[in-house]
Write a protein that binds this ligand. Structure first.
Ligand SMILES: Nc1ncnc2c1ncn2[C@@H]1O[C@H](COP(=O)(O)OP(=O)(O)OP(=O)(O)O)[C@@H](O)[C@H]1O
Ligand SMILES: [Mg+2]
Length: 505
């Protein structure tokens, strides 16, 4: 108990429960936030982490139970109300207006007023200070949609920091950040806690999260199942309490490698200014083979995969799928030929938010159920049920709206949807981001099974350990080129060194 009392309790949930119809997202949780400490919340997808945080930050109201702030019961009318009392939240799903500037996003709804209206110059100055603190070169006037995903996440973080909160809730803030950006964020977190700010942190990146954790809390099925200070826990403790078991992500599957399924030849992809993001890249991928592309954010991995999928245009080179040049084909035609991409920004690119879980799952494979003019409802339902089971989506059923799923479960739907198209070549761009360790093991199992049946897989990741447990071959990308290639017996350090990453002790 000693560590529990080091920092006084500033905010607490008392018997807080939240139900959505029949779904009991939280079942009477007691949770304390201590002054000047980092409390990290672990749990599987759908465990109730975001729900609890939304309640503490006034975004939603509990069905029963109470919030206690500085010893006094409070009821927040909305997020602004909570923010006025010093509680801010960085949401798991980005909530920025894409066509507005960084500055306007940060000050939206609380503009700085000068003598003659909004004081844009002062706003701009403050954004520059924040960006400096976050060591990010982002111009305040850039429209958010021109930033890469990780930078958009930085803008979210900057917005929360600009409020000067006592309690800052971060729901998976690092999912799209590079290793060095994470380091900067952690430095900022340490500065904040030193000044007495309390942080609540949520992440599926367990090892990373442990490095800043003072207290770990595990949620499971809407209950708080474990609570301990950092000194008493390790990775095993977290996983055991999260899922009741230990997961081994295993080693690359044994498969028979077949013919070249995908051949990328001299491919170049320019950015808006004409600079090459992918620079004359060559890569052959064989049937039954799992190739991991490792690299830092900005190495050109996403641009490479999106160009092969037909979302971006190349300035030079060829893309050959099973012997046929496909550069001229539309995205849809490439999918029809068996080439599929699980995109990086799944929230925006992968899902139709107004549709149900089932509709989203079957959308891409609709051709398979069409006989003449009619779709076979039974086949479609079968596919939906299979997909939900395969990728372990936690949902009330296929009819549930996609927005009712937890963040990680929405991502699993995207992966399930793509697998259901029965591709011959599948490209996954950071697929494990935001999904829990059990689901990650499940995705690995599905890919291994696919490879045994001849599926060719490109798996892009910024986690070295993932490469080592899934890939037959590891390609390192650096500045748009392949900087090294290894088989699966390589060491972690060698891979990181080839990516241009400084390998710390
Ligand atoms: N608006 C909603 N309507 C119906 N059910 C909901 C809604 N929001 C959340 N849920 C359900 O509540 C449960 C908890 O969801 P929550 O988003 O809190 O999970 P989480 O722990 O944050 O998961 P993840 O790691 O995937 O982000 C899930 O079963 C989810 O489907
Ligand atoms: Mg969540």
């Amino acid at each position: 108990m000693s560590e529990r009392t080091t920092g006084e309790v500033v905010l607490a949930a008392r018997n807080v429960a939240k139900s959505y119809g029949q779904v009991h997202a939280l079942k009477g949780v007691n949770f304390d936030i201590h002054r000047g400490q980092v409390t990290t919340l672990f749990g599987e997808n759908g465990a109730g982490k975001s729900t609890l945080m939304k309640i503490l930050s006034g975004v939603i109201q509990p069905t029963t139970g109470q919030i206690v702030l500085d010893g006094q019961p409070v009821a927040f009318a909305n997020a602004n109300d909570a923010r006025d009392r010093g509680i801010s939240i960085i949401h798991q799903e980005l909530s920025l207006a894409p066509n507005m500037s960084v500055r306007d996003n940060i000050f939206m709804g609380r503009e700085i007023k000068g003598a003659t209206g909004v004081d844009y110059a002062e706003e701009e100055r403050q954004v520059r200070v924040l960006m400096e603190e976050l060591e990010e070169e982002i111009d305040p006037l850039t429209p958010v949609e021109d930033l890469r995903l990780g930078q958009q996440q930085i803008v979210e973080i900057a917005r929360a920091l600009s409020v000067d909160s006592r309690i800052l809730i971060m729901d998976e803030p690092t999912s799209a950040l590079s290793a060095s950006e994470v380091e900067v964020l952690f430095k900022v977190i340490r500065d904040l806690t030193a000044r007495g700010v309390s942080i609540v942190y949520i992440s599926h990146h367990l090892e990373e999260a442990l490095t800043i954790t003072d207290h770990a809390v595990v949620l499971r099925d809407g209950n708080m199942t474990a609570y301990a200070p950092r000194s008493e826990i390790d990775l095993d403790w977290i996983v055991r309490n999260m899922v009741g078991d230990n997961y081994d992500l295993g080693s690359p599957p044994e498969t028979t490698v077949g013919n070249v399924a995908l051949s990328i030849r001299n491919l170049s992809v320019p950015d808006m200014t004409g600079k090459d993001l992918v620079d004359g890249l060559n890569l052959d991928l064989r049937a039954g083979e799992i190739v991991c592309i490792y690299g830092l954010m900005g190495a050109g991995r996403t641009e490479l995969l999106e160009t092969v999928a037909g979302r971006l245009s190349a300035s030079a080179g060829e893309i050959v799928l099973e012997g046929r040049e496909i550069s001229h084909l539309t995205i849809g035609d490439r999918i029809a030929r068996g080439l599929a991409l699980v995109p990086e920004d799944r929230q925006r690119d992968g899902l139709v938010q107004t549709m149900s879980v089932g509709q989203n799952l079957s959308l891409a494979s609709i051709g398979r159920f069409t006989r003449g003019l009619f779709t076979s409802r039974r086949d479609e339902r079968q596919l939906i049920d299979d997909s939900i089971r395969q990728v372990t989506v936690k949902t009330a059923g296929g009819h549930a709206p996609i927005g009712s799923l937890s963040g990680g479960n929405q991502q699993k739907v995207v992966i399930g949807k793509i697998l259901a198209t029965q591709p011959r070549v599948i490209m996954l761009d950071e697929p494990s981001r935001g999904i829990d360790i059990g689901a990650k093991a499940e995705v690995f199992r599905l890919l291994a099974e696919g490879a045994r049946q001849g599926l060719a897989v490109i798996y892009s990741t910024s986690e070295v350990s993932e490469c080592l447990s899934i890939a037959h071959r590891i390609i390192v990308m650096h500045k748009g080129r392949i900087s090294a290639e290894f088989d699966s017996s390589v060491s972690k350090e060698k891979i990181m060194a080839a990516s241009g990453e400084s390998v710390a002790a």
